[in-house]
Design a protein around this ligand. Sequence first.
Ligand code: GTP
Ligand code: MG
Length: 412
Amino acid sequence: MTTNQTEAEKYILVAVATGDEEAAWDSLDELAELLDTAGGVSLVHLVQNLPHPDRATYIGKGKAAELREMAEIHEADGIICDDELTASQIRNLSELTGTKVIDRTTLILDIFAAHARTREGKLQVEIAQQKYRYVRLRGMGAALSRLGAGIGTRGPGETKLETDRRVIQKRIKLLSDDIEEMKRARNTARKKRSANSVPTVAIVGYTNAGKSTLLNSITGSDVISEDKLFATLDPTTRSALLGDGQQVLFTDTVGFINKLPHNLVDAFRSTLEEAGYADLILHVVDASDPQAELHLKVVYETLEDLDIGGKPVITVWNKADLFEPDAVFRDFGADASVSISAKTGQGLDVLLGEIARILNENRVYIDTVIPYKNAAVIAEIRRTGQLISEEYTEDGIAVKARVPRALTNRIG
Ligand SMILES: Nc1nc2c(ncn2[C@@H]2O[C@H](COP(=O)(O)OP(=O)(O)OP(=O)(O)O)[C@@H](O)[C@H]2O)c(=O)[nH]1
Ligand SMILES: [Mg+2]
């Protein structure tokens, strides 16, 4: 029998449960979806209950011996652990089990590397990968060389053992500078957009929730949407008209996931900052997913991590075609919530109405002259609204701005 070169790689998935065992199994299901997206196949799922992951080997030594046998029987290509591992955990576990060991972070980075399309996306992924490698270079030794090819090794690096930490450090610096430059370009583009006083709505949510499908159905665009995790990495902005005729820009963003590698959050901070400048956030949830509640929590936490709190939020319970018509979902943290199906278009009109309502409630366009004695209000506009232009005239400061409604009575 000859082995087929293109045959999918097969892995055993392992998690340590420190409390909720059920949650650990669910997380492994998600890990299996990640592996599927990366083109691999999961053979067996395994959970070990421990007070905390073993510092040296992640799982216990006995379990590791079991795994070694299992890997041999199933002819597994390796083991994937559901948490981020240290260099020594990878090395030790790899020695104990005699096979390749990768962690959840590496798998996610691998998918991002395969899906990155734009120069910026590629840079962001590489920076996250280099940072991951940087802290693990010391002490990974044999385990790194055992990685060979395939899942966990894609992307720019394929960092050889001899690669010096200093070289990586230099590379990280270079990449950061490039990203910083792109950020400046984006800032300029954003300023231009806000000069047109077109409100922006950021579509955020857990991966595979239906963000791109929603962008497509609202704006009639054709961003890739598929039943894969992290189909979208780069933000896409498209324009649409609401029922009341006002133009709005919608931005689709990269999805979030539980245990999202911190380096990735950092690397994507600049693209996700787009959401921070939005007037409104649409938080898309796949309400047909049994894990919807956990996903909701993860998204809120990640937004907080990115300092994108305090914006008006509409929670969009998506995939209504898949859940009971009278199902009720609640999100007390949101300003509004709407059930829709991005696929069939059900509920879209209600959603657009809510978007218009909240945008109008929260921002008012003003074109007025502020008397010099009230000049302090300019600073207030800068802080809470959007100052589009100011011009010093004889009668006062001519201002065009979009401001919170509450501010308008003080501008007069
Ligand atoms: N049944 C049903 N499927 C939907 C709906 N909306 C999206 N989907 C499907 O869900 C999958 C994910 O949709 P995407 O739009 O790619 O999701 P996303 O949130 O952009 O995902 P990422 O970019 O990977 O984070 C696709 O297979 C869509 O066809 C819906 O309302 N109903
Ligand atoms: Mg998408």
